[in-house]
Design a protein around this ligand. Structure first.
Ligand code: C2E
Ligand code: MG
Ligand code: MG
Length: 685
């Protein structure tokens, strides 16, 4: 058997989190141990030989910071890498962790591919460091001087010795080119000749101890490259200069750079794309990716903080993104707030996604300028290149179009280039206009999906799901317009309409004498934060005269955690009114049951992504099992979404899942159809 890819220690007081990570990492070939608190972790680190520690911050007794401090007293980061697990948007925590000597961090909810990439990164870093430690000297020697071309000019004969490397830098073999000074001067770019003469003169007149000059020189293939030459005169016995000796380095990459960030500029970047294309054609690798980054609302930073601050942000951003890259990747600044990145030898969209995610993540950490935290986000457009006959400019422009599209779909995200993207901007604006009119044009309507009680097979609830039948766009599904509604704020009036309609509908069913059920309404985070929700809900309940016990608000974990204090207050208020509270999409977010103790939540909805593979993927089965038993121990009910097959239903029944919802029972249906099911007293077995 192959040795493990690395030895990891996962430290988290919460068993479910520990379990999930351990399982997934073990499958990937790591050896993983778990520790349920800081003290155990410190002891295990002392005794075991771990490569990386994944360390949760929020733990009772010793918290993550304290553990980190204790670890760093004994172990350098070459000995033991520490990756902190922090709550999203807790930038203070992240900064503090990095200051205390953490090597990297991942945020909760843990995006597994990102975590995996970071773990592998740390392993790689440590390997290099070990290798370095062993042969530091050899390494240093090898790195130095290898790229310099040497020359030695006899001033009396005007013959020059050029080293093989010197000729090589110009594209020649050692036996080509005459050993004369003419070879040199005839190749210097006409605009740079004067500068060389001036420098040499200054040196001979004793004004400089060495001379140093940068100039363009013609290569064998006719192109020009920047060279930096340094040297000094050597005197003979009578203190007369008789020779000049020195060396030269190719400085093209440094010279054609942006002066602010010293990153390559546009020309060089396009050059790199053509190299990448050429190497793809030669089969060195299959694909490469071009990322086009734009800072969101950079104008605001410049306007509020001045250009100095804006420039600081640009410099720090460049350094931060560089820190994520391999030496062979190219980061460039094309001007303004626009950066581009070329990554060669990429496997596909998946790996490009990971890179984009890492950039987004790392930029979200605050930039500290003049002791002040500045928060920024970037949007990223991505285009993929392969051996196709495309021009470098075209590939760059595709990435730029994707960037525009990413900015339009809400910023702080990435998008890949798709055909026809150039038109997207107009389409989005148009869609927004249509959506604004959708409400008054009666284009919105609700469907209701039955929720089934596992024990009795009876319908006990209905989730109201929004639909839009647009005159211009046809049928539009929620994932295609809810994000837009949220971004534009339209979700607030639309969400209010959904609440009104669902409550009124439920009351009507009851008035018709149908068995009473709960109606579930999805609430978006924007409504929760800005919509004065408690007052709105109270008004709607009053106007519809629906008993609050028959209303169920579906919230998501991320919106609750955003402002826990306010949340607790509001949820308590809803609860006092008798309203039912559900936590939607559970398992995709923070998945921390710990706050369930503090929040008055009645039902957990297990996300359909876990239910889908419950009968085939042991991980998902284990997660569902864990969620259900823990929820029950806290007195919280569980409903599974996305129940599509009889196997799903049977399995969930065995796990004691209280309720179910999914296509196996019924799809979301119009109100009349739903009433018919209630009338029949439908029982699902
Ligand atoms: P959600 O709240 O998690 O809703 C469940 C989604 O799963 C619904 O998609 C439903 O049609 C779908 N679904 C139900 N059973 C199955 C099944 O067995 N298999 C599969 N594959 N899917 C199933 P829908 O209606 O497209 O809604 C998507 C999301 O849009 C909802 O996710 C919710 O987050 C949001 N949404 C829908 N209506 C509203 C609304 O009125 N207000 C807000 N804020 N969001 C809404
Ligand atoms: Mg829902
Ligand atoms: Mg859901």
């Amino acid at each position: 058997m192959a040795p493990p890819e690395g030895y990891l220690l996962v430290v988290d007081d919460f068993e479910l989190n520990r379990d999930m990570l351990t399982r997934r990492l073990t499958t990937r070939g790591f050896s993983v141990d778990g520790a349920e608190n800081g003290r155990t972790a410190l002891k295990m680190v002392e005794e075991g030989d771990y490569d990386i520690m994944l360390l949760d911050i929020m733990m009772p007794d010793l918290d993550g910071f304290e553990v980190l401090e204790a670890v760093r007293e004994k172990f350098s980061s070459t000995d033991l890498a520490v990756i902190m697990v922090t709550a999203k948007d807790q930038s203070d925590d992240i900064v503090r962790a990095l200051e205390l000597g953490a090597d990297d961090y991942v945020t909760k909810p843990i995006d597994f591919p990102v975590a995996l990439a970071r773990i592998r990164n740390q392993l790689k870093r440590r390997q290099t460091e070990f290798a370095l430690r062993e042969s530091e000297e050899r390494y240093a020697l090898a790195a130095k001087g290898a790229n310099d071309g040497l020359w030695d000019w006899d001033l009396r004969s005007n013959r020059v010795y050029y080293s093989d490397r010197w000729k090589n830098m110009l594209g020649y073999e050692p036996d080509e080119l005459e050993n004369t000074i003419d070879v040199w001067f005839s190749r210097v770019h006409p605009d740079d000749k004067i500068r060389i003469e001036q420098e040499v003169e200054k040196h001979f007149s004793g004004k400089t101890s060495t001379f140093s000059v940068e100039y363009r020189m013609r290569m064998k293939d006719g192109s020009f490259r920047w060279l930096l030459s340094r040297g000094r005169a050597v005197e003979d016995g009578s203190q007369q200069p008789c020779r000049m000796v020195g060396w030269q380095t190719d400085s093209t990459d440094r010279v054609e750079h942006d002066s602010l960030t010293s990153l390559p500029g546009r020309g060089l970047f396009l050059d790199r794309i053509s190299w990448a294309l050429a190497r793809c054609r030669r089969g060195r690798f299959d694909k490469f990716a071009v990322f086009y980054l734009g800072i969101d609302r950079f104008k605001v930073i410049n306007e509020s903080g001045g250009y100095v601050k804006g420039n600081q942000v640009l410099i720090q951003l460049a350094r931060r993104v560089e820190g994520l890259l391999r030496p062979e990747d190219t980061l460039a600044r094309l001007g303004g707030d626009e950066f581009t990145l070329l990554v060669e030898g990429i496997e596909g969209v998946g790996s490009a996604t990971q890179i984009a995610d890492r950039i987004l993540d790392s930029v979200r950490m605050p930039f500290v300028i003049d002791n002040q935290d500045i928060h920024i986000t970037v949007s990223i457009g991505v285009s993929m290149g392969d051996q196709d006959e495309r021009e470098p400019e075209e590939i760059l422009s595709m990435a730029q179009q994707a960037l525009t599209s990413a900015k339009n779909s809400g910023k702080d995200c990435y998008e890949f280039f798709e055909e026809g993207m150039g038109e997207d901007m107009r389409t989005v604006l148009q869609k927004e206009n249509y959506l604004r009119k959708a409400q008054e044009n009666n284009e919105l309507y609700l469907l209701y999906q039955p929720q089934i009680d596992t024990a009795t097979g009876k319908i006990i609830g209905a989730e109201a799901l929004l639909r839009w039948k647009s005159e211009q766009l046809g049928q539009v599904y929620p994932d295609k317009f809810i994000p837009l509604a949220e971004e534009t704020g339209l979700i607030v009036p639309i969400g209010e309409w959904v609440l009104e309609t669902a409550c009124a509908q439920n009351k009507r069913w009851q008035d018709e004498g149908l068995p009473p059920i709960r109606v579930g309404v999805n609430i978006s985070s924007r409504q929760f934060r800005h919509g004065n929700l408690p007052a709105v809900v109270e008004r709607i309940l009053r106007e519809s005269s629906l008993d609050p016990a028959w209303l169920d608000l579906e919230l998501t974990e991320s919106m609750l955690i955003e402002s826990l204090q306010q949340t607790v207050q509001e949820l308590k208020r809803f609860h006092e009114l008798g309203i039912h509270i559900s936590l939607d999409d559970f398992g995709t977010g923070y998945s921390s049951l710990s706050y369930l103790k503090t929040l008055p939540i009645d039902t957990l909805k297990i996300d359909q992504s876990f239910v889908r593979d419950i009968t085939t993927d042991p991980d998902d089965a284990a997660i569902c099992n864990a969620i259900i038993s823990m929820a029950h121990s806290l007195g919280v009910e569980v409903i599974a979404e996305g129940v599509e097959t009889r196997e799903h239903q049977q399995y969930l029944k065995e796990l004691n899942c209280d309720q179910m919802q999914g296509y196996y029972f019924a799809r979301p249906i119009p109100a009349e159809e739903f009433a018919e099911l209630l009338r029949q007293n439908k029982v699902y077995d």
